[in-house]
Design a protein around this ligand. Structure first.
Ligand code: AQP
Length: 337
């Protein structure tokens, strides 16, 4: 039976953290065994907000290496760089011309991200969801793993594909573009900031102590966890709205120790913070050790890493160029003469 195709990506906007791993990449690793998987580093999305030139290029390579270090197997999955595949920008422009502005004005994430940029809001930031629609639709995937915050963008991609492409340009009810379904990720994998259990852990949070990056050395992990916000209660617990930090740290403990929520709660319900924090730090350090050593090996062999990306790019190019050509033909753009 043909495997269902899955596509997803991370922006190279900084060092990947526990949230990116546990909320996204760890699930991709499981998906690759039974799906036709494509994972891209979405550098064109990263530049919708200002980036330092040198850091962006370092982060792009480092993100691709981190996918592999976390368990994405290049023999099973295609790993590629978004900006290496020109079809993304080309389809984005075509979709821009077909997407009503008022659909875009409803996008919540734009409003949130724009607020952080002050006067410096680019058209690219506003257009981010259309580029994301192009990223997805080019590969005709069946499923797109999405967190809560990306659901609205996937819905937009589905609407553009159905209402603006298939129903307008598909002859004889032909579906030019596949309408992908959301693949809702495992419950509970949202990792919150170490400083505030009500905000998600984020690469771009100005406070580096709010996140544990996958490359943090053991002493730094211990320091960050010791500094993490706590409360005055004894014992860890889930789902107490007054204790978001306890919920978050116990959640991380439960995922990394592979113990059920019930078992984790039973183990930690009477522990004080002073006892729990070193336990959690040790678990995080041990969990990241194999990832960090694999990452180092990959970064020490840039040629090998480059070859993996090259092969992912080739596969991505093959599929995306077919879709782009189909859409160009359908809307009346003629071939080169
Ligand atoms: N804290 C999180 N918990 C669970 N999942 C998370 N993801 C991000 N943060 C968490 C998931 O990681 C994937 C890639 O995210 P992204 O880099 O494309 O964008 P993002 O969600 O905006 O991630 P960041 O780290 O917060 O980056 P910045 O600071 O640059 O905006 C997505 O699947 C996301 O759900």
């Amino acid at each position: 039976m043909k495997q269902k195709r899955v596509l997803s990506g991370v922006q190279p906007t900084g060092a990947l953290h526990l949230g990116n791993w546990l909320g996204a990449i760890k699930n991709w690793v499981d998906l690759q065994h039974q799906h036709d998987t494509f994972f891209c580093v979405v550098d064109l999305h990263a530049i919708t907000v200002p980036q330092d030139v040198k850091t962006l290029s370092e982060n792009t390579l480092s993100t691709a290496a981190m996918y592999i270090a976390c368990g994405i197997d290049p023999k099973k999955s295609s790993i590629f760089i978004q900006s290496h595949i020109s079809a993304h920008c080309e389809l984005c422009w075509i979709l821009n011309c077909l997407t009503p502005i008022n659909w875009m004005e409803r996008m919540i994430q734009f409003k949130e991200k724009a607020l952080k940029q002050g006067d410096n809001v680019s058209i690219g930031l506003f257009d981010y969801p259309v580029l994301m629609a192009a990223d997805i639709l080019l590969y005709q995937p069946d499923l797109v793993p999405v967190g809560e915050d990306q659901k609205q963008h996937l819905e937009l991609a589905r609407n553009i594909a159905q209402q603006r492409i298939n129903s307008r340009f598909g002859k004889d009810k032909e579906n030019l573009l596949k309408i992908p379904d959301a693949l809702i990720m495992k419950q509970g994998a949202k990792v919150m900031s170490l400083n505030d259990g009500r905000n998600k852990m984020s690469k771009s949070d100005p406070n580096a102590n709010s996140r544990i990056t996958l490359l943090d050395p053991p002493d730094l992990i211990l320091k960050k966890i010791k500094k993490a916000k706590t409360d005055q209660f004894i014992g860890l617990e889930f789902n107490n709205p007054d204790r978001p930090e306890a919920d978050n740290l116990l959640n991380i403990y439960s995922i990394l120790s592979n113990k059920s929520k019930e078992a984790s709660y039973e183990e930690c319900k009477e522990m004080g913070w002073g006892m729990f924090k070193p336990l959690l730090a040790e678990l995080v350090i041990d969990s990241l050790k194999p990832i960090q050593s694999q990452y180092k090996e990959l970064m020490d062999d840039k040629e090998g890493l480059g070859n993996i990306i090259k092969s992912g790019n080739e596969k991505a190019n093959e599929i995306s160029s077919l879709t782009l050509q189909k859409i160009k033909d359908a809307i009346g753009l003629i071939n080169k003469l």
